[in-house]
Design a protein around this ligand. Structure first.
Ligand code: PLP
Length: 412
């Protein structure tokens, strides 16, 4: 990797002061913006004059100053030339794919991806836009090339896949994609700061800001990172997917998310520290735990070669309790008796969130598709929070394990 550092990159940005010299930027809530010379309007409309080329912001669905600043901050964190924000992660993913693919084009995607993205690729895009997807095991680089067709435009993977936690070999996937004239799109929702896919060769990075990036489970948001040309193209008046499909982020949301980016690094490191400690202890207790920080994980060495060490291996671990019933009982004890965390979908929250992937966030997949993707019926995905102390949380976890007879009851 280059000597790119996301924390330094964000700190190096020109600071955006508020209107009255405030240390925080102002929230620009206007949906429309004045021009002082009427004859500049055609150029602004034509996209020749962006907000930084003497143009104005035009209209809130086009560019908004507050959302624009958040976009620049996310570009700084991802090491991309440019970025812009969307109303949701799905807004970012669908807009990016619609921008890169025309009717009749083809996508090659990993078979282990977020359920919503899976349904978008498998059901929605073929039906609504004539864009077909072939799902493959993207960790098998030998056979991956066979899936490409002359119409393939995109290779789509998650940097750390949901919920199996397989890690994408981004540099090799980028080489393979580029050899076929295909763009590599990476969903980096699970591993902000830990992995920098653009720096590793990806063309476009998409995010659900709803998760770790915002970290408070109070906003839905998304982001698209890529080249300046690609991001400006999303705003094209005739063929821009953000401009025309309109998944616009609210400036108030952009402001609040921006206020949480300065501590993203501290949060990621602590999510990772706790998840690693729990994974190691669960593993030592003989439980079937999946975590890329464990030496037994199939992508442990790969992850070590790609990740930024100070942010750990991520805040998500999976625990396989074999049957859905057992997984549900365990989560009920953890939430209702031990107060370890919440039975809720989503991730990246300061509290621990637990869900049974097969019946929730991957329920868009059939049972067979789930088995192929390595999603077992009793698989619990845990997004490890950082409230309370590590030892307090571990004793809560131990208590639930004892109640379900998953570990012997401790003496005393
Ligand atoms: C949650 C999630 C999404 C979708 O994001 P929303 O903000 O809910 O639209 C996409 N990809 C991954 C990996 C996710 O976890």
């Amino acid at each position: 990797m280059s000597d790119f550092d996301p924390i330094e990159s964000l700190a190096d940005m020109q600071h955006e002061f508020g209107e009255h010299g405030g240390v925080n930027m102002s929230i620009e809530t206007s949906t429309t913006f004045t021009v002082m010379q009427a004859d500049t309007l055609p150029e602004i409309f034509g996209g020749q004059r962006g907000p930084e080329d003497g143009g104005c912001f035009l209209y809130g669905r086009h560019f908004n100053p507050t959302v624009y600043v958040l976009g620049k901050q996310i570009a700084a964190l991802e090491g991309s030339e440019s970025a812009y924000c969307t109303a949701s992660g799905m807004g970012a993913i669908s807009s990016s794919l619609m921008q890169l693919c025309d009717h009749g084009d083809h996508i090659v995607a990993s078979h282990t991806i977020y359920g919503g993205t899976f349904a978008l690729l498998k059901d929605f895009l073929p039906a609504k836009a004539g864009i077909e997807t072939t799902f493959v095991d993207t960790s098998n680089l030998e056979t991956l090339g066979e899936a490409f067709t002359p119409r393939t435009k995109v290779l789509y993977v998650e940097s750390v896949a949901n919920p199996t936690l397989r890690v994408a070999d981004i540099p090799r996937l980028a080489d393979l994609a580029h050899a076929h004239g295909v763009q590599l799109v990476v969903d980096n929702t699970f591993s902000p700061l830990i992995l920098s896919p653009i720096q590793l060769g990806a063309d476009v990075v998409v995010h659900s800001l709803t998760k770790f990036m915002n970290g408070a489970s109070d906003y839905i948001g998304g982001a698209i990172c890529g080249s300046e040309d690609f991001i400006m193209g999303l705003m094209d008046l005739h063929l821009g997917s953000l401009m025309l499909l309109g998944p616009t982020m609210d400036p108030r949301v952009a402001f609040d998310i921006s206020m949480r980016l300065p501590h993203l690094g501290l949060r990621m490191a602590e999510h990772g520290r706790r998840a690693l400690a729990f994974a190691e202890r669960l593993d030592a207790a003989g439980l079937d735990v999946v975590y890329p920080g464990l030496p037994g994980h199939p992508d442990h060495a790969l992850f070590d070669s790609l990740r930024r060490k100070e942010f750990g291996y991520g805040g998500i671990l999976s625990l396989d309790l074999v049957t859905q019933r057992r997984a549900e009982e365990f989560m009920e004890v953890l939430q209702n008796k031990d107060r370890f965390g919440f039975m809720a979908v989503s991730l990246g929250y300061f509290e621990t969130l637990m869900s049974c992937s097969g019946s929730t966030t991957s329920s868009e997949m059939t049972e067979q598709e789930q088995r192929e993707a390595g999603i077992q019926p009793g698989l619990i995905r845990m997004s490890i929070g950082y409230t309370g102390t590590l030892e307090q949380r571990w004793s809560q976890l131990q208590d639930a394990l004892e109640i379900l007879n998953l570990i012997p009851v401790a003496a005393g």
